[in-house]
Design a protein around this ligand. Structure first.
Ligand SMILES: [Fe+2]
Length: 302
C-alpha cells in the first residue's frame, strides 16, 4: 500500500499543463494506429511548450507487457521527466490490484513520474492524483450497482487480488496463480481509502493564499459530467457533491467513461479528458479534447 509521500515537483517554465486519460496504447498498437495521431492531438497540442503531461489512467492493458511500448511512444512528444502517470482500471488488467509499487518501478525505469495517491506541485498549483474508483452509490442502490458491474465489467475477471501478504512473485505480477479475481466490494474499499486520502489532502492549507488546487482521477466525480445515465453509470462515476461543497477545488480532470464532457459543479469546472479507444464513436455533445485537456493558466478564466 502506498503511503503518503513527498510531492512531485514540476519546474515552472511556460506554466502549461495538459491532462489526458485513456490512451489505451495497446489497442491502437494492435491495429497499427497511434492514439494522439488518430485524434489530431499530435498537431493541436503545442507539445514543446508543455511543462507537464499528466496521464489520468488507462495507458494500456497488461502493464507489465505493454507499458514500456506506451512510454516509448509518449517520449516522442514529451520528455519522460515531465510525464506523470497513475493507473486506471485497465492498467491493472492481467495484474494485481495491489501492484502499485511494481507499476511505480515500471514508470521509474522509463524515467516517468508515478503519482498514485500523490501530490504534484507546479508553481503555485497543486494537483492531487489518484485512481479514485467508485462508491457504486450514484443511483442510491450500491448493491444493485455492484451486481451490474460484476456481470458487465471485465475488471472483475481481468484484475486479481492476492490471498496472502508478502512480496509479489514474477508470475503473480502477471495475474497468475495464488490469486483470485477482484470483487466490487474490493473496489468500494479501495475507493474509500483513496477518497479519504483525497479529502485529507484537500483539507491541508495551500502553501500560498491564492494557490490553486486541482484533482485528477481516473473515475468520475459527479453525475453532471457523466453523460447519459444507466445502470452501469455508478461503476464509472460517484456523486461527490459533499466533497465539492466542503473544499475549494479549481478544476477536476478525469477519464474512464470516454465521454469528453464538461460540467460546472459549484465553483469547480469538471472535465473528462479521455482519448478513448480507436474507432470509438464520439457524440455531437462532446467537446474538443485539445481544449478540455489544457489547464488554464493562473488568472485565465477556465
Ligand atoms: Fe479507458
Amino acid at each position: 500500500m502506498i503511503m503518503s509521500r513527498t510531492p512531485i515537483e514540476i519546474p515552472w517554465k511556460t506554466g502549461k499543463v495538459a491532462v489526458l486519460a485513456d490512451l489505451h496504447h495497446d489497442s491502437y498498437n494492435k491495429i497499427r494506429r497511434e492514439p494522439f495521431e488518430s485524434h489530431g492531438l499530435d498537431r493541436s497540442l503545442q507539445w514543446a511548450e508543455l511543462d507537464a503531461l499528466i496521464i489520468a489512467g488507462d495507458l494500456a492493458n497488461a502493464p507489465f507487457t505493454n507499458w514500456s511500448a506506451a512510454f516509448a511512444y509518449l517520449r516522442r512528444f514529451i520528455d519522460p521527466s515531465r510525464t506523470i502517470i497513475f493507473p486506471g482500471n485497465h492498467d491493472y488488467y492481467a495484474a494485481c490490484l495491489c501492484a502499485d509499487d511494481e507499476l511505480e518501478k515500471l514508470a521509474k525505469a522509463a524515467g516517468v513520474q508515478f503519482a498514485q495517491q500523490r501530490e504534484v506541485r507546479h508553481g503555485d498549483d497543486r494537483y492531487f492524483c489518484t485512481t479514485l474508483w467508485t462508491d457504486f452509490a450514484m443511483l442510491n442502490d450500491p448493491e444493485a450497482a455492484m451486481n451490474v458491474a460484476r456481470q458487465h465489467m471485465n475488471d472483475y475477471s481481468q484484475i486479481f487480488k492476492r490471498l496472502e501478504a508478502g512480496p509479489l512473485s514474477p508470475s503473480e505480477l502477471l495475474g497468475r496463480p495464488q490469486q483470485v479475481a477482484i470483487t466490487p466490494e474490493d473496489i468500494l474499499a479501495l475507493h474509500n481509502t483513496q477518497r479519504s486520502w483525497l479529502e485529507d489532502r484537500l483539507a491541508e492549507p495551500h502553501w500560498v493564499p491564492n494557490g490553486r488546487s486541482f484533482v485528477v482521477t481516473h473515475h468520475g466525480p459527479h453525475p453532471d459530467a457523466a453523460g447519459q445515465i444507466d445502470d452501469l453509470t455508478p461503476a464509472f462515476h460517484s456523486d461527490l457533491t459533499p466533497l465539492f461543497d466542503q473544499h475549494w477545488i479549481d478544476g477536476w480532470y478525469f477519464g474512464h467513461s470516454h465521454r469528453r464532457l464538461a460540467a460546472q459543479v459549484g465553483s469547480t469546472p469538471v472535465r473528462n479528458v479521455s482519448v478513448g479507444f480507436p474507432l470509438e464513436k464520439h457524440g455531437p455533445e462532446e467537446l474538443p479534447l485539445e481544449e478540455l485537456c489544457l489547464v488554464p493558466l493562473p488568472g485565465a478564466s477556465g
